[in-house]
Design a protein around this ligand. Structure first.
Ligand code: PHE
Length: 345
């Protein structure tokens, strides 16, 4: 055997062995490659070694020297590959974690604005286009703004402790705070009518949207906390016709088409006359709240002259409006915080 052929076999062998060791992605792969190239019985290096005996005699020392060098190279390539795998090289990690960069990712869940807040924002927008600006009032309210100024005197049944969340802050008799210093969680947003009129001279054109509290047992249509939108317009020559047309615009802007508004006679201490407001959308009539012309006593309580100005006021339930739009039949769904419900809006 010519020396050149023998040396060529050695060169080819070291190249193949190094490539095989580098390609190994775990220790099992590497061990298989070790046996293939360095196996004691029938490894490929062993095979090439057999050729050494057939090399022409004068060339033998050179061939033997080269063989030993190549053997060392292959062994150190094996050692390097072993170190790479135990250090957790990129390929080793890839195989052990099963990470596949070509699999499409999972979309992160994005949050939503709560349907009630969405409705509040939309109603604010609709009423804003009709010239109503938003005024806010506190949820912890005094007796003057929740009752007295709204023409609800002490003996009125609306003050019953079974219908109100009184705060035990002052002198209480039979669960009712007496005199000055009584507080409660407001039972209606009509409180903000008073606060708005106390702050400004007429004309007044405001809405107020927020939480109100009543000690009702929660069921499909009741909840101890809910939201109202209050509207108040005080100016010269304001009439019931204005009330009706504003509420009609409210309904048609929110529900879109096929809406109607009807009034049923009712009673509220702070409006005269007073009505219940029903709206129909696609032939289903629902009561949304109350309304009326501001009672002269209320105008007087804030220092307005009922001979000079008149006012219209309405208070509608935001949950009802929102539920009607979306076909929700149980108000409790709004407050369970079940994302399967909430993510639909
Ligand atoms: N405040 C009344 C309620 O909560 C609704 C209302 C508001 C009625 C304004 C008349 C005028 O039931």
């Amino acid at each position: 055997m010519a020396l050149a052929d023998f040396l060529a076999d050695l060169d080819e062998l070291v190249a193949q062995a190094s490539a095989a060791f580098e390609a190994a992605t775990d220790t099992e792969d590497l061990e298989a490659a070790r046996i293939e190239f360095l196996g004691a019985k029938s490894g490929r290096l062993k095979n090439v070694q057999k050729g050494l005996g057939k090399v022409d005699k004068p060339d033998k020392p050179a061939a033997g020297k080269r063989f030993n060098e190549i053997k060392k190279q292959i062994e150190s390539a094996l050692e390097d590959a072993g170190k790479r795998l135990s250090a957790g090289g990129a390929k080793g990690v890839a195989k052990t974690t099963g990470f596949d960069p070509t699999v499409p990712g999972t979309r992160p869940q994005l949050g939503h604005i709560h349907p009630i807040t969405q409705t509040i924002e939309e109603l604010t927008d609709i009423m804003g286009r009709l010239g109503f600006t938003v005024t806010e009032g506190p949820e912890v309210e005094d007796l003057w703004h929740n009752f007295e100024a709204l023409n609800i005197p002490l003996a009125h049944p609306a003050r019953d402790p079974l219908d109100n969340f009184y705060l035990a802050t002052g002198k209480m008799t039979a669960g009712v705070p007496q005199g000055e210093g009584g507080w409660l969680l407001r039972s209606q947003t009509s409180t903000v009518q008073i606060r708005a009129m106390e702050k400004t001279k007429p004309p007044v054109r405001i809405i107020s949207l927020g939480r109100v509290y009543r000690p009702d047992t929660a069921d499909a249509t009741h909840y101890p906390m809910f939201h109202q939108i209050e509207g108040l317009l005080v100016d010269r020559h304001v009439t019931m016709a204005d009330l009706k047309s504003i509420l009609h615009l409210f309904a048609s802007s929110f529900f879109g088409d096929d809406v109607d508004v009807r009034f049923r006679p009712s009673f509220f201490p702070f409006t005269e006359p007073s009505v219940e407001v029903d709206m129909s959308w696609h032939d289903l009539w629902i009561e949304f709240g109350g309304a009326g012309m501001v009672d002269p006593n209320v105008l007087r309580s804030v220092g307005y002259d009922p001979e000079e100005v008149s006012g219209l006021a309405f208070g509608l339930g935001i949950e009802r409006v929102c539920a009607r739009r979306h076909g929700i039949t149980d108000i409790r769904e709004f407050y369970k915080n079940d994302v399967r419900f909430l993510h639909q809006f």
